[in-house]
Design a protein around this ligand. Structure first.
Ligand code: ATP
Length: 337
């Protein structure tokens, strides 16, 4: 059976990129009875880049409410908060003990983070924490704990899945037990509507860059955010290149193929940026408006939210606890009787 796993880092307000790249396809996939889906709020991952407790807490609520607002079926899937599963940090430690340091040295993500900081001459206090350096091991634990075998990821994360395979293989080899299955990355095609969305400034839309279009602001704020997407200075009537435009890219992620073709022609005919953005707002809003109402209700009902997460934690731990027992046993950490 296919077991798939998706986590969202609780480091800020969920945005259109999270929706198009993770939430929408994950909810779609969860409807398939042959797929067992695990969805989690990655709050331990958040601490790698966010030391603002209020933000982490608020983000956890917002992301949880977002999944539920879009109709995630928590009876069919396993939906949990990472920190509710103490077996995950426990497994992380054990995997730390078999993972070669050289493997982590090669991680693109941590190198990219260092390079970005140097390039921006940004934060004088920036340093590589052990969390940033070794987070692929936490990610491996997230995946291997539930033996997830198909993991949907963006291109930048393929290497981390390879690392998880490497670590799993090493554990199986050292302790002569085939406890872990080899996870595989499932990467969306670049032409797919779930390609990486650009943010307001043209970089990848990301919670950490403060360049996002939040999913569930008010309609007015959504319109404002869309108006802030950076565009070139072409005037109405001048042909515009759809393939380099964030406006067109986001349009593509929400439109039907016929609407995509139509907008392409509009771009070539020089549609005014204001008009293109107005239509984009209408399209995006039409898709998310019904969920917005539900989102606001859930945000006002923390008991319901917490009950859903506790239900998920129970189901996740029912698997994680006995599995961890096997992992401990394989390493010699076990009771005398
Ligand atoms: P952070 O800045 O904290 O890393 P993020 O917003 O970049 O946050 P994550 O929480 O790391 O996103 O990713 C959660 C999921 O959302 C992942 O499956 C990721 O592929 C997807 N995702 C994130 N940003 C985008 C984007 N711009 N376009 C498409 N998918 C995205």
């Amino acid at each position: 059976k296919v077991r798939t796993l998706t986590g969202i880092t609780t480091s800020g307000t969920p945005h259109l990129g999270n929706y198009v790249g993770a939430i929408r396809p994950a909810i779609q996939a969860s409807k398939d009875d042959n797929v067992r889906s695990y969805y989690f709020l990655a709050d331990y991952h958040a601490l790698i880049k966010c030391w603002d407790p209020e933000r982490v807490h608020q983000s956890t609520r917002e992301i949880a409410a977002t999944w539920l607002a879009f109709g995630l079926d928590t009876d069919k899937t396993i939906f949990y908060r990472q920190s509710d599963i103490p077996e995950i940090p426990e497994l992380t430690w054990i995997l730390n003990c078999v993972c070669a340091k050289g493997l982590m040295n090669r991680s693109h993500a941590y190198k990219a983070s260092v390079d970005a900081n140097v390039a921006n001459e940004a934060d004088p206090d920036f340093e590589v924490t052990m969390g940033l350096f070794s987070y692929p091991i936490l990610m491996a634990a997230d995946i291997l704990m539930f033996n997830a075998n198909k993991v949907p990821v963006g291109r930048d994360q393929i290497q981390h899945i390879e690392m998880a395979r490497d670590i799993a293989g090493r554990f199986n080899h050292i302790f002569k037990k085939k406890l872990f299955d080899m996870p595989e990355a499932v990467v969306a095609d670049a032409s797919d509507s779930s390609a990486i969305l650009q943010g307001l400034d043209g970089r990848k839309m990301s919670k950490s860059y403060n360049n996002t279009i939040p999913l569930f602001s008010t309609e007015k704020q959504l319109k404002k955010s869309i108006n802030k997407i950076k565009t070139n200075l072409l005037e109405p009537g001048e042909p515009k290149d759809p393939d380099t435009s964030a406006v067109f890219q986001i349009w593509q992620a929400f439109a039907t193929p016929a609407q995509v073709a139509e907008m392409r022609t509009e771009f070539e005919n020089g549609i005014a940026w204001g008009e293109a953005k107005k239509r984009l707002f209408e399209l995006v809003n039409a898709e998310i408006a019904p969920a917005r109402e539900r989102y606001n209700e859930i945000m006002d009902d923390p008991e319901f939210l917490e009950a859903e997460l506790q239900k998920g934690a129970e189901k996740a731990r029912a698997q994680a606890a006995p599995f961890m027992e096997k992992v401990r046993k394989a390493t010699g950490i076990k009771r005398f009787k």
